[in-house]
Design a protein around this ligand. Sequence first.
Ligand code: HEC
Ligand code: HEC
Length: 261
Amino acid sequence: MLAVAVITVSLFSLGWILLGSNDIPVKADPATLAKGKALYDDICATCHGMNGNGDGVLAANLQTKPRNFTTGAFKFRSTLSGQLPTDEDLSITIKSGTHSTAMTTFETFSPEQIWALVQYIKTFSPRFSDSNEYPLKTISYGNEIPFTRESIAKGRKVYVEMQCNKCHGDAGEGNGPSADSMVDNWDDPIQPSDLTNPSALKFATSPAEIFRTFATGLDGTPMPSYREAMSDSEMWNLGNYIYSLQTHQGYYEPIKAEEIK
Ligand code: HEC
Ligand code: HEC
């Protein structure tokens, strides 16, 4: 039997944010889990299902399906491809929601309520209590490169070299040759994002968030991780290029088809 660290009620009073650990599976005390379950059953289960498998009563009518929590695959993470999210990643999702989907913001929840929800949704996947999954490694960002014309031009080259256009299209509009008939790990249809439409974006709305998205990849979807494939400066230049597309502060016109050979 693998040892798990038990967080006690007295530790809890030190502040919930300190308790999210990348090193060990954290097991919450029964009172916290009961509190999390009560909130979850009340508010989250209509979409995510009583057992966390994404089949709540509202799920059938939603285009982007509620996450099935049982596989432990999450899109929004600070961790390497294939790894579990940190407790803080999950709490950010619950607080901020996922823009442009039915996953709304829950900003009015107290830190204790969010902590309890995070611990409760982790019980749906056995991966969270498997010590082989830990330590979680968070991605590195290197030195940020400012949003300039020069950086955007370099980023555009990276976009073509990395073949982002195969899915996202030459102009970033989500209509590349591979875009049709894609499904996610749960067999639900999925489209590469239109990177030029800010209101369609889920997470990636600043150069750093864009960097994070293609560094970590969006687990459970065809969107790959590129952290191993690019240097820090290529990552930042590409982030600036994508940001120029979505903010239309482009110093550049979108890529023309004939430039991509
Ligand atoms: C009205 C429906 C709805 C409700 C209610 C709802 N969610 Fe979601 N949730 C979604 C959808 C849809 C997604 C998938 C978004 C995506 O894949 O882009 C999602 C995704 C998530 C994710 C995963 C994000 C990722 O990184 O992959 C978490 C965590 C989550 N919800 C937690 C909660 C919690 C906790 C509650 C209750 C406080 C809740 N949700 C209530 C619809 C809902
Ligand atoms: C194999 C197809 C594929 C390739 C190649 C690909 N993507 Fe994606 N990408 C996707 C899909 C599918 C999504 C949508 C995921 C979702 O909606 O949950 C996505 C989402 C994104 C998002 C997130 C937008 C948001 O809603 O927050 C960004 C940013 C992004 N891709 C950038 C890139 C960049 C940059 C590259 C190249 C380095 C790239 N992608 C390569 C398929 C791909």
